[in-house]
Design a protein around this ligand. Structure first.
Ligand code: EPU
Length: 421
């Protein structure tokens, strides 16, 4: 297992190019299963979760071609299995995203149940109930979801809770259903919107994109010859590097990104004392050498503050001026980074789903362990200002969602290196 060794104390500065969004790439690659013609997908990030998705599609017999620019051409005409096996689903919950497309196009899907995960129980009942309402016959046996249908039927779905992958699964399923499906209380995350645009580019008829009511008029089949689609930039990777720069009092410019989908995060960075300037596809942050001020926030579905940025802001609050109160409302167990940050000297009190962080003059490097993707990012951010060196273990979590993190941070001047086991 690789580790990262980070020596704190350098003020980050420079420019960086943001990669494509993991959480858009995963559903879009799953959605290629719906197409009768080969599809090319671009701006794909170099990540373990992408490799896992490719392995998942490959195991089903789907043909995949990757070029040197990480464009992936997917041809699902060679598919010979409709199964997502346990060993892949267990390493990546997002594998559940093949359920909707497989069922809609081939009338059959066998997907291992994801089970619990580090950040909470994360059930998939809303995905399954929606498909059942659309006429699917679903049984759960031997740890697998078995789904069958002749053709899904459009209907009105009011989601009990806002769910990102749940909305995506039902949206993909509805594109090939007979009649019209209306998804109410749909997730509006930019990644859901990107998926909807991709589906329309393949010939789907979706309206209400970007709102919480999606209307999908089912079509007979999807597929447009020579279709190429570029994934939107990763807003969470963007936010993570902005926090990394802010905690060090630094000055950075992030290119190939989208400020318009980061409002809640940018607002909190300004509150922390950052000067933010933006263009259509770039964001610059300047702390003018100052340490951040503590910020308080509450996570909630888009367009509010994203749960995927909570851990990074806790890291920033560890050394900020003042006290920051951070409340997590999406996942019940997403504070695993707190214990590790405390090992570095952070003053954080946990009260139910709230973390109260009192900024310290300094924190110190320590051996720490990555527990999930965003928790790992927060440890790396804290390490950038810690006195001495921090060794971050189990960084396979980071490699799931951050494209070449040590190279990108080195590019901004950080002292960071990967040591193989
Ligand atoms: N939920 C249910 N039943 C369901 C589905 C969800 O109760 O059937 C609950 C969950 O337990 C949770 C809440 O609804 O409490 C919201 O979860 P959601 O379904 O929106 O999460 P997700 O789709 O599993 C995606 C991202 C996560 C991100 C969340 C929230 C992908 C592949 N994953 O997960 O990303 O945190 O939405 O925005 O898109 C990450 O990138 O690090 C990550 C965890």
């Amino acid at each position: 297992m690789d580790k990262l060794i980070i020596t704190g104390g350098t003020r980050l500065s420079g420019e960086l190019r943001i990669s494509g969004a993991k959480n858009a790439a995963l559903p879009i690659l799953a959605a290629t299963l719906l197409s009768t013609t080969p599809v090319s997908v671009g701006n794909i990030p170099h990540l373990h979760d992408i490799t896992t998705t490719m392995e998942l599609l490959g195991r089903m017999g789907v043909s995949l071609l990757v070029d040197e620019k990480m464009n992936i051409e997917v041809d699902s005409s060679t598919i010979n299995s409709y199964e997502a096996p346990y060993e892949l689903v267990r390493t990546m919950r997002a594998s559940i995203l093949v359920l909707g497309p497989l069922l809609a196009r081939f009338g059959e899907a066998h997907v291992s149940l994801p089970g619990g995960c580090a950040i909470g129980t994360r059930p998939v009942d809303i995905h399954l109930n929606g498909l059942i309402k659309m006429g699917a016959d679903i049984t759960v046996e031997g740890g697998f979801i078995h789904a069958k249908v002749d053709r899904l039927k459009g209907c009105r779905l009011v989601l009990e809770q806002i769910t990102v992958t749940g909305t995506e699964n039902l949206l993909m399923a509805a594109t090939l259903a007979s009649g019209t499906t209306i998804i109410e209380n749909a997730a509006k995350e930019p990644e859901v919107t990107d998926l909807a645009h991709f589906l329309n580019a393949m010939g789907a008829k979706i309206t209400g994109i970007g709102t919480d009511v999606l209307v999908i008029e089912g079509v007979e089949n999807l597929g447009v010859p020579d279709l190429h689609y570029d994934i939107l930039p990763d807003r969470i990777e963007t936010g993570t590097y902005l926090c990394a720069a802010a905690i060090t009092g630094g000055k950075v410019k992030l290119k190939n990104t989208r400020p318009d989908i980061l409002d809640a995060v940018l607002e909190k960075l300004v509150e922390a004392g950052a000067e933010i300037t933006t263009g259509d596809d770039w964001i610059a942050l300047d702390m003018h050498g100052k340490k951040p001020k503590a910020v308080s926030l509450r996570t909630a579905p888009y367009p509010a503050f994203p749960t995927d940025m909570q851990a990074q802001f806790i890291a920033m609050n560890c050394v900020a001026d003042g006290v920051g109160i951070i409340t997590e409302t999406i996942f019940e167990n997403r504070f695993m980074h707190v214990q590790e940050l405390q090992r570095m000297g952070a003053n954080i009190k946990l009260e139910s789903n709230t973390a109260i962080c009192t900024g310290m003059e300094k924190i110190t490097g320590a051996p720490v362990m990555a527990t999930d993707l965003r928790a790992s990012a927060s440890l790396v951010i804290a390490a950038l200002v810690a006195e001495g060196s921090t060794l971050v273990d189990r960084i396979y979590h980071i490699d799931r969602g951050y494209d070449h993190i040590e190279e990108k941070l080195s590019q901004l001047g950080a002292t960071i290196r990967r040591v193989p086991q």
